[in-house]
Design a protein around this ligand. Structure first.
Ligand SMILES: NC(=O)c1ccc[n+]([C@@H]2O[C@H](COP(=O)([O-])OP(=O)(O)OC[C@H]3O[C@@H](n4cnc5c(N)ncnc54)[C@H](O)[C@@H]3O)[C@@H](O)[C@H]2O)c1
Length: 254
């Protein structure tokens, strides 16, 4: 469990849900972790857990939709750990910062704009802030988080699905543009995952319904996604870029 020994990883949205699981798993693999989270208290709690477990970690309160905030995130990471090797663009409006799961004509323009600003522009802004540091050292691993809903289409929350479809194109284009600097850009598309800390009955039903229509008939947990992120962060994927790996237990087969 030391495939990432000596590496430094930023996980945006690492204070809750699946991002928290990425932070823990990357740390177990030896990486120093920067938890870049909008919810400052949650980010600090995750960093403290990691440090208590003997890992190197730092929390930086970050809003990925704000260019100055992500610049501070990258500068603090370099100041504290000396470099940035891995960026996981995981932050999104999803569960912790909730969205309307409404029909296309029931979504407000303000919510559409905020969705794009965090889920899509946020990945671009964080990459913009981090890539100069990766370029300097001719090394980098960027892992964007999309969603299987972007590949198969999903009724309701069209703004979320459209933002996650944008992440697919963003991944391919960025991979082409930074490949010459030995920076790999890949994407993980999770299926419906029980990431909520206190799921209500409706959420549990939704996650159970998703289990019944996949090849592997069980509820998906955050830990089901961490292996794919470690793979894209590790030397095992050094000649793989611009790819999207769907991790959903075999629902969206493409
Ligand atoms: N859970 C699922 O079913 C599922 C399925 C497909 C894709 N995903 C994706 O996986 C990722 C993690 O989702 P999750 O289920 O853990 O949900 P989540 O809502 O718990 O996680 C998102 C995290 O991002 C943070 N965040 C929100 N806005 C931010 C901002 N402006 N700046 C920085 N951080 C911000 C939140 O506080 C939270 O910690 C998201 O990108 C989500 O779209 C989740």
């Amino acid at each position: 469990m030391s495939r990432l020994e000596g590496r430094v990883a930023i996980v945006t949205g690492g204070g809750h849900g699946i991002g928290k699981a990425y932070a823990h798993r990357l740390a177990q693999e030896g990486a120093a972790i920067v938890v870049a989270e909008l919810d400052g208290e949650a980010g600090s709690a995750v960093a403290q857990e990691l440090v208590a477990g003997g890992h190197r970690a730092l929390a930086i309160q970050t809003d990925v939709s704000n260019p100055d905030s992500v610049k501070r995130m990258a500068a603090s990471a370099v100041e504290h750990f000396g470099k940035i090797d891995i960026l996981v663009n995981n932050a999104a409006i999803f569960a912790t910062v909730p969205m309307s799961r409404a029909a296309f004509d029931q979504i407000s323009i303000e919510e559409w704009d905020r969705m794009m600003s965090v889920n899509l522009k946020g990945a671009w802004l964080a990459s913009l802030a981090v890539i100069p540091h990766m370029r300097e050292r001719s090394y980098g691993k960027i892992i964007n988080i999309s969603s299987s809903t972007a590949i198969k289409g999903s009724p309701g929350r069209i703004h979320y699905v459209a933002s996650k479809a944008g992440v697919l194109g963003f991944t391919k284009t960025l991979a082409n543009e930074v490949g010459a600097h030995n920076i790999c850009v890949n994407c993980v598309a999770p299926g419906s995952t029980l990431s909520e800390e206190s799921p209500d009955a409706g959420t549990l039903k939704m996650r159970n319904d998703a289990a019944s229509v996949r090849a592997l008939k069980r509820v998906q947990a955050p830990q089901d996604l961490t292996g794919a992120v470690v793979f894209f962060a590790s030397p095992d994927s050094d000649f793989i870029t611009g790819q999207t790996l769907v991790v959903d237990g075999g629902n969206c087969l493409h």
